[in-house]
Design a protein around this ligand. Structure first.
Ligand code: FES
Length: 325
């Protein structure tokens, strides 16, 4: 990785189960300083996956608090191992963390803000809701979950937002209709959305269907959510006989780097595009899991973000590494 992160050690102060399969972790950095951070900030954490050091990125929940950094982690069945590792930690455990960083640019001058969360996608939006309420903005939050018992932070959000919060629980037959929601927003409104890939695709389509500017829809996702189930796939490198297997529990980025093919990375969440490499040929199907490329670019399959995207079958890529002649 060529981008410089500012790492320090932190202590896991406490954990709290928020909903089945969702646990909150409070991490206090050794310098005890949790300086204010930007809305949409993430933290990278060092984890051990299969005994090997690895890095995961998590959204910070809420605005900065003196007791430490707050993250919430869903124990994913299809996890590559990061969530399992974190769930194995007990208070007092020591972990390496980076300083918070954010790629999200919020325009604070908008007449209306619509926040949309799907499942664990609520985590970055709690801080956004707090900041917008503090500024007296016209804000509403629409939170879609399978069931109310799966919804984290509902009490805290309800206290903060009152009637500006709407929970859509599928098992109560209450579904979020994005086209209807977006068509009711005022001109100049902006949407911040975080949810699984299917929700993002639906939102982009509903947003453009309402004739809104693409730049007024900001979103992020979680790298584990794709259209296809995670399964091992093969990577061939252009101009080489080498074939590399990407196991179901590792990213293409990590596997390429471990095999000595340096691929740059930064966010590791499919947001910045730094890890994108050229696709030469696909025998099978690419499962683009990033939010960096547009739907058209994903359809063209000319590039993929190696930190989150996967494939079924075989992908031939060009990492643009060149050996000196
Ligand atoms: S490292 Fe940012 S999109 Fe992959």
């Amino acid at each position: 990785m060529r981008f410089q992160d500012n790492w320090s050690t932190a202590t896991l102060v406490s954990t709290r189960d928020l909903a089945p399969g969702i646990r909150e972790f409070i991490l206090r950095p050794d310098n005890h300083v949790c300086a204010p951070y930007a809305v949409g900030s993430h933290l990278k954490l060092s984890v051990l996956v299969g005994g090997q050091p690895d890095v995961r990125s998590y959204s910070l929940v809420g605005e900065a608090e003196p007791q430490g950094y707050r993250i919430a982690v869903r124990l994913a069945e299809d996890s590559r191992g990061g969530s399992r590792y974190l769930w194995s930690l007990q208070p007092g455990a020591r972990v390496d963390v980076t300083s918070p960083t954010s790629l999200l640019q919020v325009d604070w001058q908008r007449p209306q803000y619509c926040l949309v969360a799907g499942g664990i996608g609520i985590t970055p939006l709690l801080g956004a809701a707090q900041a917008l309420m503090r500024k007296g903005a016209d804000v509403s939050l629409h939170y879609a979950v399978r069931s109310r018992r799966d919804a984290a932070y509902v009490e805290e959000l309800s206290t903060l937002l009152g009637e500006r919060l709407t929970v859509y629980a599928a098992d109560e037959s209450r579904r979020l209709d994005l086209a209807q929601l977006f068509s009711g927003l005022s001109g100049g409104a902006t949407v911040l959305l975080c949810g699984p890939m299917r929700m993002l695709d639906a939102a982009r389509s509903a947003w453009s269907g309402c004739g809104r500017a693409p730049t007024d829809l900001s979103y992020e996702t979680f790298g584990s959510s794709g259209r296809l189930a995670a399964e091992p796939f093969k990577v061939r490198l252009r101009g080489s006989r080498e074939e590399i297997i990407v196991p179901r529990d590792r990213s293409m980025l990590d596997v390429l780097n471990a095999a000595g093919h340096e691929v740059m990375a930064d966010c590791r969440r499919g947001e910045c595009g730094v890890c994108a490499i050229d696709v030469v040929e696909v025998e099978g199907e690419i499962d683009h899991r990033d939010v960096f490329f547009s739907a058209e670019q994903k359809h063209e399959n000319r590039k993929l973000c190696t930190c989150v995207s996967r494939a079924h079958g075989v992908v031939t890529v060009d990492t643009l590494e060149r050996t000196d002649a």
